[in-house]
Design a protein around this ligand. Structure first.
Ligand code: MIG
Length: 807
């Protein structure tokens, strides 16, 4: 006991929040029990269980008297996808140790500290001090080498490298947020650490208010902890950062393949207030030939802001509007908030009350909080039966042809100060897989929005089981992407926010959130013409591409600043549609490997020291590098191209090597580079995704090392792809001297693609080639483009598997 007290004195210095209550360190190891793939270690104050889920994924759980009960996780869905290794635990006098073959886990005995090591004994990461508890709170400290960088944690707005900063996880409606505002809308307690090219990750599976400190409180240690719940974390070893994200998303789930239309351009505002206005917006897009797939309806379509109602004076023929705009290739996505007006006679309220579906106060009375409709009640989304009831409320919309729903305000946001959410004492019922219990808002707050989106997703799926649902959520916890895409809430129409789009979405991507975007153009305030144009350009390369703005701001549709800006914006939105084969293929890959479409450079080039913290540039998929101008007053700037060769996307010509690429992009030019070795599929422009592209599929071949590309296609909206109804092809190229060979392999052709011809455009020819053969036979009809250094050949779709040789 004496020792524990001494340890406590040490921690009091380290923890500024420590009040009079005592932090109790875990103490010394007193017993060890080994199992086939886990070890249970007893110490003075706790038990620690360490499970090897796979050779590179380790789960660490502490149990102490007051805090941990190890409840079922809201996030973890894929623990069974790993193969647990058999381990041999080697206890010796000062440590307990085992190896998984890929890494070693060493638990020092006096006091209990955990280290993860490489097989050769180098430290990957190690406790800097024993974990400690204070009532229901806990904290873990780990060593922080000076060259280690930290990424992830969800929608944290600021530099992608979180070093020297501290963060809180508490879902918060943060209108007016800016760089450094914390917490924000989402709580993703996962981070990836990178040092000298090697990565590991840690996911703290804890829904309570948690915090992460990467060297703000102390220079040589980082720490994480929570106010309550279990000290239960997962350690993922790379060393490839992609491996870390792949394993983490195998555990907590990945983004399902979204409907193709949800990758198109989307237009929103708070609010398009009448049916006539919605139709007008739709016909503007079509008559101006600006492609678009989705229009959003914000809260003013509702009657008295009551979810699931329609204001019939302003939307007299809502059903007809959905149908007619549907025929014109538009999906309408209504917002449906989770707060239901407390009003007898309002069906969702009456039904929910009768079914006992609402969150209650500790004394058993109904919890009522003020939001848009006035005094409101809230479905108890963690209760499976209440979630199912909520889902059933979407049947009417679904029957009208509504394919997507927007869930806002689900932090949950309540109009009370200062907390802007429910009291921590409200009672939630958790009902899952036969387990049934009650808990309070401290545990449920951070998963409330996820379970709200889940209810919506499952409801849409139940009413139209053949169609992939689309849900947009604002609040999130790990796993939310299984149900919904997300956006970063109420940003502002400023250059700062335009720039922040990049690090914020890169952080989300590293955190597992692939399908995410920002309000293009900015929500609060109104952008200048230049800012909106540049933002629409950048939006082409954000996974979720939606323009949205607040009430009272100026109109923000692509045409509002006159023909010159409109023409540029149209060209970029067209580029988005031309890139859909690449984008859709990328989302299909993400559904299988969990890697984000929008990637920080370090994900592909972990060993390039000078790229580690770069968050002005990013990769879109593996092969496109986007380097926007991020400051209004910036002149020429340097683009940091990673190792290897790169082509300029616009000119098609290889970028001269070093010293550096300087650009000063004019209003109509977003710097885009293509990795030498990429094969990018593109399609002809369409006005929306229901239109069949007219013309050949294009394959842009950029010869270089490791030359490959792939293409995935299906019907774009049903689940038939799960029964092999898809098309998949893989392409490779080989180059030597003035000779390039392109090969294709069709892996599945069960779904019949739209093209009958394929146009290959092969870059990198400084002069016209002598000839082209396909399958050994000389073909004619190819052309050489001097300016682009490119050879263009169009072949019948069926000939794609013949080897093409250009020399
Ligand atoms: O309190 O529905 O972030 O996108 O337009 C504001 C109105 C509520 C906040 C969302 C925003 C939406 C707005 N909502």
């Amino acid at each position: 006991m004496k020792k524990t007290v001494r340890a406590f004195c040490l921690y009091l210095v380290l923890i500024p929040v420590a009040s009079s209550a005592q932090w109790v360190s875990v103490g010394n190891v007193t017993g060890v029990q080994s199992n086939p793939s886990s070890v249970e270690i007893s110490a003075a104050e706790v038990k620690v269980r360490i499970d090897a889920l796979s050779p590179r994924v380790i789960r660490v759980r502490y149990t102490n008297g007051t805090s941990a009960v190890h409840r079922e996780s809201f996030a973890v869905v894929g623990a069974q996808s790993f193969h647990a290794p058999t381990i041999q635990v080697q206890p010796n006098s000062d440590a307990v140790e085992f190896s998984t073959g890929v890494l070693r886990v060493r638990v020092t005995k006096s006091p209990l500290r955990i280290a993860f090591l490489t097989p050769s004994g180098d430290t990957i990461t190690a406790d800097a001090a024993p974990a400690a508890f204070q009532g229901s709170a806990f904290r873990v400290w780990k060593q922080m080498p000076i060259d280690e960088h930290y990424f992830g944690l969800g929608d944290k707005a600021g530099p992608i490298d979180h070093r020297d900063q501290a963060f809180t996880m508490w879902n918060t409606d943060a209108y007016g947020w800016r760089s450094g505002t914390d917490p924000l809308y989402k709580s993703i307690p996962f981070f990836l650490a990178l040092r000298a090219g090697a990565a590991y990750g840690i996911f703290l599976d804890n829904t309570y208010r948690s915090s992460f400190d990467f060297g703000k409180a102390s220079r040589d240690r980082y720490s994480f902890g929570s106010d309550g719940g279990d000290l239960d974390y997962y350690f993922f070893y790379g060393p490839d950062p992609k491996q870390v994200i792949a394993d983490y998303t195998a555990l907590v789930g990945r983004t399902p393949l979204p409907p193709l239309w949800s990758l198109g351009y989307q237009q929103s505002r708070y609010s398009y207030e009448t049916e006539a206005r919605v139709r007008e917006i739709a016909s503007e897009f079509r008559s101006r030939h600006i492609p678009a797939d989705v229009i959003y309806l914000d809260i003013d379509y509702e009657s008295e802001r009551r979810p699931f109602t329609i204001d019939r004076t302003r939307f007299p023929n809502f059903e007809g509007m959905v149908r007619e705009l549907g025929a014109a290739g538009f999906k309408l996505i209504p917002i449906v908030d989770l707060h239901l007006k407390q009003e007898p006679g309002y069906k969702p309220y009456d039904e929910g009350l009768a079914g006992d579906h609402f969150v209650k106060n500790a004394d058993g009375s109904l919890y009522v909080g003020p939001v848009w409709p006035g005094p409101s009640v809230f479905p108890d989304f963690t209760r499976a039966s209440s979630r199912a009831w909520w889902g059933s409320l979407f049947q009417e919309f679904s029957a009208m042809g509504v394919r997507g729903i927007w869930n806002d305000m689900n932090e949950p946001s309540v109009f009370v100060s200062p907390d802007k959410t429910m009291p921590l004492t409200v009672v939630h019922r958790v009902q899952e897989n036969g387990e049934s219990r009650t808990t309070d808002h401290r545990e449920i707050h951070n998963v409330f929005g996820m379970e709200n989106a889940r209810g919506t997703y499952e409801g849409l799926l139940r009413s139209k089981p053949d169609l992939r649902p689309f849900v947009l959520t604002r609040a999130a916890y790990p796993g939310s992407w299984r149900y919904a895409a997300t956006w970063t809430g109420d940003n502002s129409a400023t250059w700062e926010h335009y720039r922040l789009s990049i690090p914020t979405l890169l952080s989300l991507g590293v955190s597992g959130y692939t399908f995410s975007g920002v309000d293009v153009g900015g929500y609060a305030g109104s952008p200048t013409a230049e800012l909106l144009t540049r933002w629409i350009e950048l939006g082409v390369f954000l996974p979720f591409y939606r323009n949205h703005t607040e009430k009272g701001s100026r109109d923000q549709e692509p045409w509002v600043h006159g023909p010159e800006h409109e023409a540029i914006r149209r060209r970029y939105i067209e580029l988005r549609y031309r890139l859909l084969p690449y984008i859709y293929t990328g989302m299909e890959e993400a559904s299988r490997d969990g890697l984000p479409l929008m990637r920080p450079l370090f994900l592909e080039y972990p060993s390039s020291k000078d790229l580690v913290t770069n968050d002005r540039e990013f990769l879109f998929g593996r092969d496109l590098l986007i380097a926007p101008k991020v400051q209004e007053t910036m002149d020429a700037y340097t683009v940091n191209l990673p190792e290897g060769s790169w082509y300029d996307f616009w000119t098609g010509v290889a970028v001269p090597k070093a010293p550096a690429v300087h650009v000063d992009p004019a209003l109509d030019s977003l710097p885009i580079y293509v990795r030498a070795g990429a094969i990018i599929p593109m399609q002809p422009v369409v006005q929306n995704t229901t239109e069949v592209p007219h013309g050949p599929l294009q394959l842009l071949v950029y010869p270089g090392p490791d030359c490959r590309g792939s293409l995935y296609l299906d019907d774009g909206e049903t689940f038939a792809y799960q029964h092999n109804q898809f098309y998949r092809a893989e392409f490779t190229c080989q180059s030597s001297g003035q000779e390039v060979r392109v090969r294709a392999q069709v892996l599945s052709s069960a779904f019949r693609p739209w093209w009958t011809e394929i146009n290959l455009i092969v870059a990198g020819f400084d002069s016209a080639p002598a000839g082209v053969t396909a399958g050994g036979k000389i073909i004619t009809g190819w052309t050489y483009d001097q300016a682009r250094h490119a050879v263009s050949i169009t072949v019948p779709a069926a000939a794609i598997t013949q080897e093409l040789v250009i020399r």
